[in-house]
Design a protein around this ligand. Structure first.
Ligand code: DP6
Length: 322
């Protein structure tokens, strides 16, 4: 048995959402996505060479079918025949709409490459991680990251130092996993929502606006596009037959709380992924106020303060995995 090696990655929060896959190709996104690495949250994945592939997340063995294709592509890209035993721990709730699959597959790809003794350019690592989960292509990079529609790899647009004052207040309205996985929900909406095609074409139009706002660090403009992107994505889901609704009363309470803050002149710009959690963009100066108002508006909601974080990196192998 080889020794354990480990890598750490942060979840990738989409400012512009990826939602839908291209019909042809191997897990390619139908829409462009622009994201920020959520510094402060992370997945640590330990890997060693083994007789067969396996993946355990937070102590729970995962369905091998979910990662089979990933391991096959990884071997072919790395030109190795090894099998990998992997154990992964999240510092935050798993499969709850906090993008654990983005950090999970990014850390897994990097740790497997290390275990196999391969130096892999980030662009290639991103393409490998994408096979596991499209959003994982972005988690390989730190700072602000773009994954164009149809692209195999993501790329960094700005590193984390571009916007050191930006904060993301993550409002966890409910721990525990979501009722429908984003993969299933995405497939259902692309087949059953009459708005899906419009979403794919409109999402493209948001990109230049978002990139410009990001370049200028214009929170108000960026926040406006961010809100449009997530609202359109959820509208597509709501129009699906049967409708898919991830929001809870607390989700809506936090969204409303952000509106109240903006009405008072405080920049609080929310986004919601495939789950009940809300992530709020604000400045470091406003972070405390935003946190307080969110907690008062949705009692029981936990908050985590994040910042633009780093890309995938080596970590210490977890004790539990040795
Ligand atoms: C709503 O990357 O988890 O978080 O590629 O099927 O694994 P698969 O989906 P995944 O979907 C993420 C969807 C999203 C938006 C985003 O992160 O861009």
């Amino acid at each position: 048995m080889s020794s354990w090696v480990a890598c750490r990655a942060s979840p990738s929060l989409a400012l512009l959402k990826y939602w839908g896959k291209q019909e042809a190709g191997d897990n390619l996104p139908a829409t462009p996505s622009l994201a920020v690495a959520l510094g402060g949250l992370y997945t640590d994945t330990s890997v060693r060479l083994a007789e067969k592939d396996s993946l355990v997340v937070g102590g729970a063995p995962q369905d091998p079918g979910r990662s089979e294709r990933f391991f096959e592509c990884l071997r072919s890209r790395l030109e190795v025949s090894h099998r990998f035993e992997a154990s992964s721990v999240n510092s935050f709730p798993t499969a709850a709409g906090l993008a654990s699959s983005s950090s999970g597959f990014a850390a897994l790809a990097a740790a497997c490459a290390r275990a196999a003794g391969r130096e892999v350019p980030l662009e290639d690592l991103s393409a490998i991680a994408r096979i596991g989960s499209v959003s994982a292509a972005r988690s390989v990079f730190g700072g602000f990251v773009l994954l164009p529609a149809g692209a195999h790899s993501a790329r960094q647009v700005f590193d984390a130092s571009h916007w050191p004052d930006l904060r993301i207040v993550v409002a966890v309205t409910r721990r525990g996993s979501k009722p429908v996985s984003s993969r299933d929900a995405m497939r259902e909406t692309s087949e059953r929502s009459p708005f899906y095609r419009d979403w794919v074409s409109h999402s493209q139009a948001l990109l230049p606006e978002a990139l410009q706002a990001l370049e200028k660090r214009d929170l108000e403009k960026l926040g406006d596009v961010v809100r449009t992107s997530y609202s359109m994505m959820h509208a597509v889901m709501l129009a699906s037959r049967p409708p898919i609704l991830y929001w809870l009363p607390a989700t809506l309470a936090v969204i409303r709380a952000c509106g109240e803050l903006r009405a008072r002149g405080v920049g609080a710009w929310e986004t919601v992924d495939a789950g009940p959690q809300v992530k709020i963009l604000c400045t470091v100066q406003d972070a405390e106020l935003v946190t307080r108002h969110v907690r008062e508006s949705a009692p029981g909601t936990e908050t985590i303060l994040c910042f633009p974080g780093d890309g995938v990196q080596p970590a210490f192998a977890a004790e539990s995995a040795s």
